[in-house]
Ligand binder design. Structure first.
Ligand SMILES: Cc1cc2nc3c(=O)[nH]c(=O)nc-3n(C[C@H](O)[C@H](O)[C@H](O)COP(=O)(O)O)c2cc1C
Length: 343
C-alpha cells in the first residue's frame, strides 16, 4: 500500500483540478487581510497560491459591490483563488456570472466562517448543518463555474456534530476538485485544539486532495499537520500574518528538516517598507498608511517593549511617519521569534 504522505509534501506538487502548484503549502483565505499588497509580499517569499478576500455573493449581486477593487490583481498575482460566501444557488449563479469578467483560477465556497452574523443568515459554517442542501449548492456552483471548485469546511458545527467526513463525501460526489478542512468546529472558533484525527479520517475517505488548516503557525507545526493527517496540502493563515518568511522556510524544512534562520531586523524593516509602499500604491497614501497599521502590529509581534512604538504606528497618517517607526522597529530588534511556536 502507498503511504499517504507520498501524495503530500514528499512530492512537492499539489494539483487541485487544473491548478498545479510547486509547493503543497499555500495561503489560506483571510478576509480583511489578503488584499493585493499582502499577497504580493507573501508571493515574493515563495507563496505559490493565494486567495483574494472573501466575497459575499449576496453583496456582489444586490449591493453592486465593487468587485473590481476586491478582485484587483496583477499578472504576477497568479494562480489566484476567489472565495464566495453564500447559501442560495440562484444568487451564487448570478455571482458567478459577474465573476466571469474577472480572471482567477479556483473558486472556493465558504462553509467554514464561524461569525454569528454570517451563520445567522444560514451562510458560512452554518451550511454544515444540512449536508444534502450543501451538496446541491455545490452541484449548482460546479455546473456554472468557469474554474475548478473547492469547498472550505470545518470539522463540524460543534463537538456533537463532527460531520466533516459525511459532508466531504457528499460534496466530492457533487463535483468539488479539492477540500479545504479547518480541523476545528464552528463552536471552537479559532481556539482550542485542532482535531488531527478527523482530518486524517476525511483524507482517507476522499480521492480529491485535502488541504488541511489549523495551527499552521511554523514549519514544525506544518510538518506535524502532514505527519498526523496525511493531508495533500496545508493552508497557512495566522502563521503568515507579519510573517511572509514562513513560505521561504517551510519547503526546506519539509524536504530535509533544514530550519532556516529567522529574518534579521534589517530584512524585516525592508519588508515592512515594501509592504507599506505596496499599500500606498494600491490605496493611496492616507488609506494605505492606515491599512498598513495592522500589518505593522503583526510584523513586530514578540519584540520586547514594543508597545509605545505600536501606539505611535496607530497614529501615523503619512508614509514618512510610518517609515520612521519602521526604522525604529528594525533597530530595536533582537534575533526574532514571531511566535512561541518557532522556539
Ligand atoms: C483574520 C482572519 C481572516 C480569515 N478569513 C477567512 C475567510 O475569509 N475565509 C475562510 O474560509 N477562512 C478564513 N479564516 C480562517 C483561516 O483560513 C484558517 O482556516 C484558520 O485561521 C485556521 O488556521 P490557523 O490556525 O493556521 O490560523 C480567517 C482567519 C483569520 C485569522
Amino acid at each position: 500500500m502507498t503511504p499517504p504522505l507520498q501524495r503530500g509534501y514528499n512530492s512537492f506538487v499539489l494539483t487541485i483540478g487544473t491548478v498545479v502548484l510547486p509547493s503543497p503549502c499555500l495561503l489560506a483565505p483571510l478576509a480583511g487581510v489578503s488584499d493585493l499588497p499582502f499577497r504580493t509580499v507573501n508571493r515574493s517569499f515563495g507563496c505559490a497560491f493565494a486567495f483574494a478576500e472573501m466575497i459575499s455573493a449576496r453583496a456582489l449581486v444586490y449591493q453592486n459591490r465593487n468587485t473590481a477593487t476586491m478582485l484587483s490583481s496583477l499578472p504576477a498575482d497568479k494562480p489566484l483563488g476567489v472565495q464566495l460566501l453564500g447559501n442560495d444557488p440562484e444568487v451564487m449563479k448570478k455571482a458567478l456570472e459577474i465573476l466571469r469578467n474577472h480572471e482567477f483560477d479556483l473558486l472556493d465556497i465558504n462553509a467554514a466562517c464561524p461569525v454569528g452574523k454570517v451563520t445567522g443568515r444560514g451562510e458560512g459554517a452554518s451550511l454544515l448543518r444540512d449536508s444534502k442542501a450543501l451538496a446541491e449548492l455545490v452541484r449548482t456552483v460546479v455546473a456554472h463555474s468557469p474554474v475548478p471548485v473547492t469547498l472550505k469546511i470545518r470539522a463540524g458545527w460543534d463537538d456533537t456534530s463532527l460531520n466533516a467526513r459525511e459532508v466531504a463525501l457528499r460534496t466530492q460526489e457533487a463535483g468539488i476538485s479539492g477540500l479545504f478542512l479547518h480541523g476545528r468546529t464552528r463552536a471552537q472558533g479559532y481556539s482550542g485544539r485542532v482535531n488531527y484525527r478527523i482530518i486524517r479520517e476525511v483524507k482517507e475517505a476522499l480521492d480529491i486532495p485535502v488541504i488541511a488548516s489549523g495551527d499552521a503557525l511554523s514549519p514544525r507545526l506544518i510538518k506535524k499537520m502532514f505527519d498526523e493527517t496525511g493531508c495533500d496540502g496545508v493552508a497557512i493563515a495566522r502563521g503568515a500574518l507579519g510573517n511572509p518568511w514562513i513560505f521561504r522556510e517551510v519547503d526546506p524544512y519539509l524536504r530535509n528538516g533544514t530550519l532556516l534562520p529567522r529574518p534579521e531586523g534589517e530584512e524585516i524593516a525592508r519588508t515592512m517598507q515594501t509592504h507599506l509602499d505596496l499599500c500606498i500604491d494600491h490605496y493611496g497614501e492616507g488609506v494605505g498608511t492606515l491599512v498598513f497599521r495592522k500589518f505593522f502590529a503583526w510584523y513586530v509581534r514578540g519584540i520586547a517593549d514594543i508597545k509605545v512604538l505600536k501606539e505611535k504606528a496607530f497614529r501615523a497618517t503619512t508614509r514618512e511617519q510610518m517609515l520612521g517607526i519602521i526604522r525604529e522597529a528594525g533597530d530595536t530588534r533582537e534575533p526574532v521569534y514571531y511566535s512561541a511556536h518557532y522556539r
